[in-house]
Design a protein around this ligand. Structure first.
Ligand code: GRF
Length: 203
């Protein structure tokens, strides 16, 4: 399967996918990495791995809608089977979802439906939960609301701050992402209601 990965930051989730896809048996290869900003470690990781990159900044477009349509075009040019948002800090819009809805996944550093949005680890810590985690989901029009592909639970420690908790979550988040993107790439699947159903390969 062909993957396009979109990033906005350090790209450790991207790196985990780069490393996993070095094995042909993984069943997915990254054909391009896109970003909404320049100068980030995520893009440098892609370049070091010899993967084509592109940048599409919201600020270079007259409107958010224009950016969304442009991003969809740039992604489409690489003909992905699956799009992975790996720390991509922008909401994709209607044009993007019209094209890639149902085959775009994102990770969130909390156990959905708890603590959606930009500050999952901090919000979990402030709420006082003792277990949080990470969620891999199929992107829909909401904020971290789409059908859940996988979740992993991570304990909150008494002396955690938002950064230490986020780092612990990310260790598990990367492993979950690699495992489940591989499954999504290797096996046909559909969405029934909010549930992901894998189909047997030879019906
Ligand atoms: C991940 O925890 C992702 O879920 C969150 O931002 C982090 C990105 O990390 N939204 P990285 O860029 O993959 O290192």
């Amino acid at each position: 399967a062909r993957l396009v990965v979109l990033v906005s930051g350090s790209g450790t989730n991207l790196q985990a996918l780069i490393d996993a896809s070095a094995d042909p048996a993984y069943g997915a290869r990254i054909v391009a990495v896109g970003a909404d900003r320049d100068g980030i470690e995520g893009l440098a990781r892609a370049e070091r791995a010899g993967i084509t990159t592109f940048v599409d900044r919201v600020g270079d477009h007259p409107s958010r809608e224009d950016w969304d349509a442009s991003l969809a075009e740039q992604v489409a040019a690489h003909r992905p089977d699956l799009v992975v948002l790996a720390g991509f800090m922008k909401l994709t819009g209607p044009a993007f979802l019209a094209r890639f809805g149902g085959r775009t996944v994102n990770t969130h550093p909390a156990l959905s439906p708890s603590f959606p949005g930009m500050h999952g680890p901090r919000d979990a810590l402030e709420y006082g939960v003792k277990v949080t985690g990470a969620t891999l989901f199929v992107v829909d029009a909401g904020v971290d609301t789409g059908p859940i592909v996988a979740q992993v639970a991570v304990p909150v420690e008494d002396d955690d701050d938002p950064e230490s908790l986020h780092e612990r979550i990310k260790t598990h988040e990367r492993a979950m992402l690699v495992e489940w993107v591989g499954r999504l790439a290797r096996k046909p699947w559909t969405i029934e209601g909010r549930r992901i159903r894998f189909q047997p390969k030879d019906p």
